[in-house]
Design a protein around this ligand. Sequence first.
Ligand SMILES: Cc1ncc(COP(=O)(O)O)c(C=O)c1O
Length: 469
Amino acid sequence: MSLIKSTILDQTFKGTRRQLLKAMGIATAGGVSSLILSQGLNAASGSDNAAAEKISLPPSSDTDDGLYWNDVRSKFVLRPDIIYLNTGTEGSMPASVLASLTKNLKEFAGSPMECIGFKEDTHQMQIKNRKIFSEFAGADFSEIVLTTNTTEGLHFAVNGLDLKKGDEIITTLHDHHSGLSALHILKDRKGITIKELALPVPADSKQEIIDIFERAITAKTKVISICNINYTTGLRMPVKELCDMARHRGIISIVDGAHAMGALDFNLHDLGCDFYACSGHKWLNGPPGTGIFYIRNAGNNPHSLWPVLTEVYYLSNKGRVSTMLQMRGQQNTPALAAMIQAVELQKTIGRNKVQERILSLNRYLKERIIETWGKENLMTSFEQNDLCSGLTSFTPFKVFKDRYDSKKNLEVCKQLRKQNNIYIRNVDFKLKKTDTTKTNALRISTHIFNSCDEIDTTVRAIKKIADKI
Ligand SMILES: Cc1ncc(COP(=O)(O)O)c(C=O)c1O
């Protein structure tokens, strides 16, 4: 189906959204390739260590074609007997990334000295890969550090700042323990104060969240540390507005982008944060143990970040803080180079198309949840697209108190895995700081390789299991 045909279908279709998506072919994944337009990745990336396998996809004008998404699915090596709906915890590499990783590791093992930087100086190779990533993410290469994961980047930011006793950091009850751990180390070590804000579940508007932060800021606030997308409910935070508010008040902003990079189409400069830490191994579908850390204006960083992990600090030519953080001993260069292949897949599809696909599957899932359990069981925003992401949280239980029962929620995930080969996860969080019991929810991640059929199967299976528990 061409773009024109599907647009006409969009305008004239009178059925449900489910029927529409199915008619467009979004309902199925896997299967044969449609049109093939080869795109040589060596040429696209300018990288010498491009994957052995090239990514071939139809031209972008056909991206509304269901066959297109079948093609995308066919680029992944996910086992056909599983339904994988937990990208939020760990992504899956497409064949091109896996091929690159394998090739890089083989070359490395074959001749470590020759291949330490894949036939070029490691430092130069890292610069090249940082450049490719910075163009992709809307930053300058000197602002990018290739890391191991989001946790590492968050710790680089928090531990590298000059904060002192009495300084206040504002975060939320929905931030991940990776970032919160960094804050709590500072609290115990230096006596800084942490203010964890409660957020509406689900949220109705950006403004109500902005107001919560506006009310919480005091003269002592030195940092706001927030997630781009909360891992608990999938709420997309109004990051641009919050960073803007922070900057105007001289407050430093740190953003945890674990669930945004590779899922949303955004530009780091435009987002306006001071520091952004994210994973290469989740929504970007890079190898495990890869990540990215962004430092705004790293050449002339206004907040003088200390390079807390480096091998070049005492040298005369130590360079910028990002260079120092990049040079922190031997790293998994084969994996970091393969992560760049994952960037190429995203570029081939288009970041806007990736976001569109993720949000349409997410919307489809929420409609099925509402149809099956009612809107009151949904903990993720529904109507407001700008509050949505690839994560959806809900409770599959009719009895209200069951949403506090972690054992029951865990049991659903366990049985779903054992009986149906379906992978999701449970999450828990406090609604208020004073809560003594946490609210539990099931969380489903929908990524570009998933389908409406997989969502239908999963919702049916969860209902069957939850009704019996
Ligand atoms: C919001 C958030 N931040 C950080 C992390 C940790 O990510 P990483 O394993 O890349 O350090 C996670 C993991 O799921 C997360 O959900």
